[in-house]
Design a binder for this molecule. Structure first.
Ligand code: 13P
Ligand code: SF4
Length: 305
């Protein structure tokens, strides 16, 4: 079957089976093409809460499929490739959070959305990269533990000096590889370019940026800002901009060899087709008490963010 035949079959089957396909912007362009809804973590969570479909196929990583299930328990939620996980989502054990809360009963625990459902169930509120500053600023607690991303956490902490924030030592293995030298070299090659970066990047990189933001914010900035823009995030964003904007060549990928998330790239059109045929993928199942606890943290994020 050619790619376009496969895409047509997927489009037809998804209609026949009342299935909605969600895709994070980091997915390959062919997947973005057949998805019903595309966006960053916060946008996809908001949409997941509104979905009225029999089945959702989540093209992203496991925590995103879990978020859909937490928000829409009646909807069958499929992750096309069960091994597609975000390594950062498991960088702290739920028991450690429980222990911290027992020892610090006044404190609040803030979980980046890139966490497992089991971790979300132990936390007070979730945040995404686009909502973290706003939400943490609204928390009224003498101490805040921010898990798991130290880089997003330190970005938030630097902007909210009046808050007492303790950081965990987790990190995104993709963005954390970036160095100051990577940026300086790219700026040398593109001397008039502006630089936009994701806050999962190290401080020394973030300090060189003209704009820091989540996937959707980087896309908005890149569209609205004339001239060359160096994009410091996973390369799906440049693929997306190149396809959806005129003069796509003005978007410059920073460190293309580093900024590729293998987990985000695991899903193929064939995997989605197999899910639609009922022959593949994992149907996400969560214990109901855990789901309800995790829902409290996500709902609080949706309210405050
Ligand atoms: P966004 O919140 O920008 O979608 O980021 C998700 C993610 O996994 C970044 O690496
Ligand atoms: Fe996780 Fe980083 Fe991949 Fe995002 S880019 S899914 S944070 S490993």
């Amino acid at each position: 079957m050619t790619t376009s035949e496969l895409k047509n079959k997927i489009l037809q089957l998804k209609k026949e089976t009342n299935t909605v396909i969600l895709a994070h912007t980091y997915q390959e362009p062919d997947i973005i093409d057949i998805a019903d809804i595309t966006g960053d973590s916060f946008f996809l969570s908001k949409k997941a809460a509104e979905i009225k479909a029999e089945r959702v196929i989540m093209c992203g990583v496991r925590f995103m499929a879990e978020s859909v299930k937490i928000l829409s328990p009646e909807t069958e939620t499929l992750l096309p490739v069960p091994s597609a996980t975000c390594p950062m989502a498991e960088q702290i054990a739920p028991e450690r959070v429980r222990k911290f809360k027992e020892e610090n009963p006044q404190a609040q625990v803030v979980a980046y959305i890139n966490t497992t459902a089991a971790l979300k169930a132990e936390c007070d509120v979730c945040v995404t990269s686009s909502s973290a500053i706003k939400i943490v600023d609204k928390l009224n607690a003498p101490e805040i533990l921010f898990i798991p991303d130290q880089h997003l956490g330190s970005y938030v902490k630097a902007r909210l000096p009046h808050k007492n924030i303790t950081l965990w030592d987790g990190y995104c293995p993709v963005h954390a590889q970036l160095t100051k030298e990577d940026v300086l070299q790219c700026k040398k090659d593109h001397p008039t370019a502006k630089f936009a970066v994701h806050p999962e990047s190290p401080k020394e990189v973030v300090e060189l940026a003209d704009m820091v933001g989540a996937t959707s914010e980087i896309i908005k900035y890149a569209k609205e800002t004339p001239g060359e823009i160096i994009i410091g995030t996973e390369r799906g964003v440049v693929d997306y901009l190149a396809l959806h904007e005129e003069n796509g060549e003005r978007f410059i990928q920073l460190s293309p060899e580093k900024l590729c998330c293998e987990d985000m790239k695991k899903i193929t059109l064939e995997d989605i087709y197999n899910c639609l045929l009922g022959k593949g993928g994992e149907s996400i199942a969560l214990p109901e008490d855990l789901r309800k606890k995790a829902l409290v943290s996500i709902n609080r994020m949706l309210e405050l963010g």
